[in-house]
Write a protein that binds this ligand. Structure first.
Ligand SMILES: [Zn+2]
Length: 290
């Protein structure tokens, strides 16, 4: 029986290094179409290559965009952080400026009363924040500590300067020339301030210090003299009773005696003097703080 042309097989014999010999039978039509198969295979491989290339290119593009977005995000976060930091720093600088103004006012009060105060460093100009000057946090903390130390120091000094009044009564006589209260025609120089009140009312020292004198002293009657720092002394006259003894330490507001009518006095009142290095000053300067 003869086979048709198309059914004829080609025998492919492969001999290896072993003794075996393999025989593959390939149909004739496959051999005839080998050129076509080859073209199709090349086309398929080509298409796959193009697809893979496109995919790779797309992936590269996406990666590059992702990196750019990440960089942008980091940049935005950093800008936001800077803005928040700047706002915080501005608030701190505002507070420091306010503290500086208050400190300067207190220093002026004290300097006007011959109390020396150490100069404090200036608050750096914060107007340039956002573009120019931007202080380091550590520097700002140092400035804050510097001012807190200064405030504490000034408060201590203030407590040692006679400020305010020894008794909250009706002021009946001020510092300076006045008509003789005892009825004479002549004028006299009044060396303090008088406040009228009830006998037995509490009289308080206007600053911390040491009792220099507590006893009877001529026209002043029963009298207390307190020695303070910075060359200051205060005197409280016409008392009805003493509440301290000489050499005793007192704090601002401590009761040193009771209001009375002793000595050269026409009615119950307290006579109050502020003395600086032996000179009698107008106590009003130490009352209204101007
Ligand atoms: Zn007086």
């Amino acid at each position: 029986m003869s086979k048709r042309q198309s059914d004829i097989h080609a025998n492919l014999i492969i001999t290896g290094h072993t003794l075996e010999t393999k025989i593959f039978r390939i149909k004739r039509k496959y051999i005839d179409n080998f050129g076509l198969y080859k073209k199709i295979a090349i086309c398929v491989v080509g298409l796959i290559c193009i697809a893979v290339s496109g995919l790779c290119y797309g992936l590269l593009q996406a990666n590059s965009q992702k990196r750019a977005l990440q960089a942008n995000l980091v940049n935005l976060e950093s800008q936001l952080h800077d803005k928040t930091k700047q706002k915080k720093m501005q608030a701190i600088m505002d507070n420091l400026n306010e503290a500086q103004t208050t400190l300067e006012r207190i220093e002026n009060y004290l300097n006007a009363r011959s109390v020396e105060t150490a100069q404090i460093s200036e608050v750096p100009d914060s107007n340039g924040i956002g573009g120019g000057f931007f202080p380091e946090t550590e520097e700002t903390l140092n400035l804050t500590e510097d001012r807190l130390d200064k405030i504490s120091d000034l408060l201590d000094k203030i407590s040692r300067v006679p400020l305010g009044i020894p008794y909250n009564g009706r002021m009946t006589s001020t510092f300076g020339l006045r008509r003789n209260p005892m009825g004479g025609e002549n004028n006299e120089f009044h060396t303090g301030v008088d406040w009228a009140g009830k006998v037995g009312s509490k009289i308080a020292t206007t600053a911390s210090g040491t009792i220099e004198y507590a006893g009877y002293r001529g026209d002043y009657g029963l009298c207390v003299i307190v020695k303070h720092d910075f060359g200051y002394e205060t005197l409280y006259g016409h008392l009805s009773a003493l509440k301290v003894r000489e050499g005793q330490k007192v704090k601002t507001g401590d009761v040193i005696g009771l209001l009375g009518n002793t000595g050269r006095s026409t009615a119950p009142h307290v006579h109050y003097e502020v003395i600086h290095n032996g000179r009698k000053l107008n106590p009003a300067r130490f009352i209204d703080m101007d």
